[in-house]
Design a binder for this molecule. Structure first.
Ligand code: URA
Length: 453
C-alpha cells in the first residue's frame, strides 16, 4: 500500500478500508510508518471525520495492537466504569470496591491526571505503599481472588494508543471525537469485560462543554462497544462544579473513605450509586436498577464495601493503617482558609479554573514528566447556590510551596460568579444505551478475533 495515497484519499473525503486501516496502525506501531505521515492522517480524520466502518476498524485495530485480557475462566461477571474526566472526581475509588463487594468483578485499568482533571492512579498512589504497577499475572490474581484489581496502563495493552496519544497531543488532534472514542474504548475493551458504564462529563470542568458534544462522544463509544459485543451504557453527568469538596490526591482519598464508611458528600454517594447500579444491571447481577441500588446501599452502609477497600489497599501493598486512621495519610505542611472578597450568591463556577488551580498547587502535572505532591489540594466550600458573606471561607487550602500557593489563590477567588438567583445543575443530565444509536449497521466482524472474558 502507498501511504501518501491513503492520506490523500482521506484528505479528499474518501473512505479507508479495513485492510488499509489495519496496515496503517500496524505500520505506525512497529515504526515503519513515521510520525509525519500519521500526523497528516490524523489531521485528515480531524477534518473529515470517520464513517462507522472506519471507526470500528480503527478501534478494533488499536485494541489488537496489544494484549487483550481474557478473564473467561473467572466465573464472576466482569464490568468497569470509565469517566471522561472531571474536577474532584474520585468515584472510581468508591465504586470499584463497592461493585466488587456485590460479586461483580472489576478489572480496572486507570490513567493519571490529564490537563485540569485528576487521575485515579495519582489518587491511589497517595496512599503510603500503594502500588498500581502490578504485572498482568498479579492483576489476574487480584481479580480472581478479590474481585478487583486497580492498575495503570502497561506497555503491552494498546501500544498503538500510547504512541498515537502522544502524537495527537503535539499535533492538535486530541479533540476529535472518533479518535477520543477509539482511544478510550480500545483500552477498556482490552480489560476483558462484559459491560462498561461511561460517565461522560458535561460542563465547564469537563472536556465536553455541551450536552450535544457529550452525546456524540457517548454514542460513538456505545457504537464501538456494540461492535465488540460489550454492553455499554453512558450517563451524562454535570461537571459545572467540583464533585464533593476535596480536590487533590490525599484529600480525595480521605473523602472517598468517608463515603465508603457510609458518610461523605451526598453528590459523591449519589453518583457512585447511579453508576454502580448500571454496572450491576448491565451484567445481570440484579434484574432492575432499584434492586441494584438496594444491594449497593446495603453494602455501603454495612461496611462490606469498606472492608473490600481495605483488602484491596493491602493487596496492592498499601498501608491499611493510613485508611483506618486518616491522619496518617500524607498531610501538607500548611493549611490556609481562603475567604470571599464580597457578599453574594454563587450562581456559577469556572470549574476548569478550579481544576487548574489544583494543578498549579502541585496536585497535578503541567508537563507529563512532572511529579505530583500527594498532600496538597483544597476543600472547595462555595458550591453553586451558596449564599456568601464577605469573609466567609470559599476554600481550605492545603499547601507546601509558597509560590504555588500565591499563584493558586487568585485563581480560586476569580472562579466564582456572583448573582441574585442560582440554578443548581442536575447531577444526571441523560442516560444513553444502544437504543440511542441511529440504526446504522455496525460491522461486528471487525472485532471477531477479539477474545473476551
Ligand atoms: N482519554 C483517553 O484515553 N484518550 C483520549 O483521546 C482522550 C482522553
Amino acid at each position: 500500500m502507498f501511504v501518501p495515497e491513503l492520506i490523500q484519499r482521506k484528505r479528499d473525503n474518501g473512505h479507508l478500508s479495513h485492510e488499509e486501516i489495519a496496515y496503517l496502525l500496524a505500520g505506525y506501531t512497529d515504526g515503519s510508518i513515521p510520525d509525519y505521515q500519521m500526523s497528516a492522517l490524523l489531521m485528515a480524520f480531524f477534518f473529515r471525520d470517520m464513517d462507522d466502518a472506519e471507526l470500528t476498524s480503527w478501534a478494533g485495530e488499536m485494541l489488537r495492537s496489544g494484549e487483550v485480557l481474557d478473564f473467561s475462566d473467572i466465573p464472576a461477571p466482569k464490568a468497569d466504569k470509565h469517566s471522561t474526566g472531571g474536577v474532584g472526581d474520585k468515584i472510581s475509588l468508591i465504586l470499584a470496591p463497592l461493585v466488587a463487594s456485590t460479586g461483580v468483578a472489576v478489572p480496572m485499568i486507570s490513567g493519571r491526571g490529564l490537563g485540569h482533571t485528576g487521575g485515579t492512579l495519582d489518587k491511589l498512589e497517595s496512599i503510603p505503599g500503594f502500588s498500581t504497577q502490578q504485572t498482568l499475572p498479579r492483576f489476574r490474581e487480584l481479580v480472581a481472588t478479590l474481585g478487583c484489581g486497580l492498575i495503570g496502563q502497561t506497555g503491552s495493552i494498546c501500544p498503538a494508543d500510547k504512541k498515537l496519544y502522544a502524537l495527537r497531543d503535539v499535533t492538535s488532534t486530541v479533540e476529535c471525537i472518533p479518535l477520543i472514542a477509539s482511544s478510550i474504548m480500545s483500552k477498556k475493551l482490552a480489560e476483558g469485560i462484559n459491560a462498561l458504564v461511561l460517565d461522560v462529563k458535561v460542563g465547564d470542568g469537563a472536556f465536553m462543554k455541551t450536552p450535544e458534544r457529550a452525546r456524540l462522544l457517548a454514542t460513538t463509544m456505545i457504537a464501538i462497544g456494540k461492535a465488540a459485543g460489550v454492553r455499554v451504557t453512558a450517563l451524562l453527568t454535570q461537571m459545572d462544579e467540583p464533585l464533593g469538596a476535596a480536590i487533590g490526591n490525599s484529600l480525595e482519598v480521605i473523602e472517598s473513605v468517608e463515603v465508603l464508611r457510609g458518610g461523605g458528600p451526598a453528590d459523591i454517594r449519589e453518583l457512585t450509586l447511579l453508576l454502580s447500579a448500571e454496572m450491576l444491571l448491565s451484567v445481570g447481577r440484579t434484574g432492575s436498577i432499584e434492586e441494584a441500588r438496594e444491594l449497593l446501599v446495603k453494602n455501603l452502609d454495612s461496611g462490606a464495601a469498606y472492608e473490600k477497600w481495605c483488602q484491596l489497599v493491602t493487596a496492592h501493598g498499601g498501608d491499611v493503617a493510613a485508611i483506618h486512621d486518616l491522619s496518617r495519610m500524607p498531610q501538607a505542611a500548611h493549611v490556609t482558609q481562603i475567604t470571599a472578597a464580597r457578599s453574594g450568591t454563587v450562581v456559577g463556577l469556572a470549574c476548569e479554573r478550579i481544576g487548574r488551580a489544583a494543578v498549579v498547587l502541585g496536585a497535578g502535572r503541567a508537563k507529563a514528566e512532572d511529579s505530583v505532591d500527594p498532600a496538597v489540594g483544597f476543600y472547595w466550600r462555595a458550591p453553586i447556590g451558596a449564599e456568601l458573606r464577605e469573609g466567609d471561607v470559599i476554600a481550605e487550602l492545603h499547601w507546601n510551596d509558597e509560590a504555588r500557593r500565591d499563584a493558586c489563590i487568585p485563581m480560586l477567588r476569580t472562579a466564582i460568579s456572583y448573582g441574585e438567583k442560582a440554578v443548581k445543575p442536575p447531577l444526571l443530565i441523560d442516560r444513553l444505551d444502544e437504543a440511542a444509536l441511529t440504526p446504522a449497521p455496525i460491522p461486528a466482524s471487525r472485532f471477531q478475533q477479539v477474545r473476551r472474558g
